[in-house]
Design a protein around this ligand. Structure first.
Ligand SMILES: *Cc1c(COP(=O)(O)O)cnc(C)c1O
Length: 430
């Protein structure tokens, strides 16, 4: 089975006339339909809320669309909080799941009324010093240690991860926070990333629900919400079976009925902080083949590079590629698809079987909607691309312009020395 791009070659060629490649393209319809499904899958829980993990796709237009489906925001840095503030988010529509938290950020989110999700027990003093009080509503992050397994497959290694508190610390933290005046409690855990199985959330829910019952019983703290965090994955490879969000919602409901309801905790709200699942499949990096090279291997050079999408270079991540207009042709050419960085890991695909690629062909790099643009950097002085929204009516809106050389040089004190150079370049590229 192949992956189908959410735009046609004709559409992309037309867009390319106005906005040069590379660019990110997001599919509004896909985003909306998915957000609606997520909402429905958890509608059995009265207090359910998805806090969109802003770091996945920190674009106000995307965050706004998700907001229409009741999504709050999950932030973990000052600038993410600033975006939330600018978009009018406050109070319990903000979750702050930071770690190694710099000074001032707890105060900033507290002033917005957001919920603080404490990563560590030692942060209680830090928080109290900074705020002069302990917030009435507070959440703590749990790390069970060891290996996290689903049906005997190792999903991830929490024992090796920097996040969260041990079980003992969590109980202690609840007691301290309660004694200091906290009244509304939550717990949170993120135990595995990009899980392409419907079992992850229900398994995690089982662990957290049992823990919540024990916490409430032993510390007397009222647990009001349980945050399953992110980690719900997407099928990057065409042979993977996508998660069924309704099966996931139903799986969590069953565990809720089994554990929380009999414990008299049938009023607990379920929160999620999905990033990848909310946007990943609904964003693509669109790039043009600009060179070919035949040495010991066959290379196709494109006009995007790892600065635009870092996941392949960073994790060896697979991103499916469609050569637009050649979907029906046999994949009988083996290519490395590369960017222009002076880094040999700047490859969107290695030994990938694709149809013959000609210069000018448009390559659609799938599933780049989350942790794509946002992870980018500026190595080799390469600039970040524009982000475009393919709207439900078929029109295209630029939701972030491309970076310019002027942006790149704007943080130097002596940027006026670049003025003439920049002005000349800007005139030439009008
Ligand atoms: C990154 C992150 C998420 C989102 O993770 P996804 O895998 O994109 O769903 C949610 N919560 C926290 C605390 C995170 O760090």
């Amino acid at each position: 089975m192949d992956k189908k791009p959410f735009a046609t070659r004709e559409q992309l060629e037309k867009i390319r006339e106005q906005y040069p490649t590379p660019f990110y393209l997001y599919d509004e319809k896909g985003l909306r339909d998915n957000a609606e499904r997520v909402k429905r899958a958890f509608s059995w829980n009265k207090g359910f809320r998805e806090y969109f993990a802003v770091k996945a796709t920190p674009n106000p237009s995307i965050v706004k669309i998700l907001g229409e489906y009741g999504c709050g925001v999950d932030c973990s840095s000052l600038t993410e909080l600033m975006m939330a503030k600018a978009l009018g988010y406050r109070d319990d529509r903000i979750m702050f799941s930071s770690n190694d938290t710099p000074e001032g950020e707890f105060r900033y989110v507290h002033e917005m009324g957001g919920i603080i999700n404490l990563d560590d027990i030692t942060l209680i003093d830090f928080l109290e010093n900074e705020l002069g009080e302990i917030p009435k509503t507070i959440s703590c992050r749990f790390n069970p240690g060891g290996l996290f397994k689903v049906s005997n497959d190792i999903m991830d290694n929490p024992g090796d991860s920097k996040y969260g508190m041990t079980e003992e610390q969590l109980f202690e933290a609840f007691r301290i926070l309660k004694a200091k005046g906290a009244e509304h409690f939550g717990i949170h855990a993120f135990l595995a990333s990009n899980t392409v199985t419907d079992e992850y959330y229900p398994m995690l829910a089982g662990i957290l629900f049992k823990l919540a019952v024990k916490l409430q019983k032993e510390t007397g703290a009222h647990v009001e919400f349980i945050n399953l965090s992110g980690g719900v994955g997407i099928p990057y490879r065409p042979d993977q079976t996508p998660n069924d969000i309704f099966a996931i919602g139903e799986g969590v409901r069953k565990v809720y009925e089994d554990i929380l309801v009999p414990a008299g905790m049938g009023d607990v709200s379920i929160y999620t902080e999905m990033g990848r699942y909310m946007v990943g499949p609904y964003g693509a990096l669109v790039t043009t083949a600009i060179h070919e090279k035949h040495i010991y291997k066959e290379y196709v050079g494109v006009d995007a590079c790892a600065v635009n999408l870092m996941r392949p270079a960073m994790y060896g991540a697979y991103h499916h590629i469609t050569v637009m207009g050649k979907e029906g042709l046999p994949c009988d050419h083996k290519y490395d698809v590369t960017g222009s960085l002076c880094e040999n890991n700047d490859k969107f695909a290695i030994d990938r079987m694709l149809p013959k690629i000609d210069r000018g062909d448009i390559l659609f790099i799938h599933d780049a909607g989350a942790h794509g643009f946002s992870m980018g950097y500026n190595y080799n002085g390469k600039l970040k691309s524009a982000e475009l929204l393919l709207k439900t009516d078929g029109s295209v809106e630029m939701i972030r312009r491309a970076e310019t050389p002027r942006d790149y040089y704007s943080t130097f004190d002596f940027s006026h020395e670049f003025d003439q150079v920049l002005e000349e370049w800007e005139k030439r590229n009008k």
